[in-house]
Design a protein around this ligand. Sequence first.
Ligand code: CMP
Length: 139
Amino acid sequence: MAMEQTLSLIKPDGVARGLIGEVIGRFERAGLKIKAMKMVQLSKTQAQKFYAVHENRPFYDSLTTFMSSGPIVAMILEGEDAILRNRDLMGDTNYQKAAPGTIRADFARDIEANIVHGSDGADTARTEIAFFFNELEKY
Ligand code: CMP
């Protein structure tokens, strides 16, 4: 097992539905440490940059409009195998396939508005953390 950091976002639907505490509580109860946290609202251009890897997907425009539609909470989570453990806590991108008890199975009702985002690998985690946080904002 390796000590890792990963980026977690509570998306606009999660914030609007009052699920910030619920989501953070699940991370903390799972033993993941919150190393940095902020609430921000992305511009459409910033959302397009963050999700640039998906720019050729049919959902790119809708996704980036949604992700810039309201405030989000960005966090750095740290722990042993944090990248995979965060993804296990979130559940499958498609809430209909997500395992019972995961965040998306419990709360998401839409493949796009699916409450949370989490980095999918070590390289992505580094890039995504650097997108949201500078050195002064981490402890
Ligand atoms: P996320 O884990 O943030 O990564 C890309 C996002 O695109 C995904 O969660 C969903 O919010 C959104 N999305 C919308 N439609 C799809 C789809 N058909 N497949 C995958 N992701 C989708």
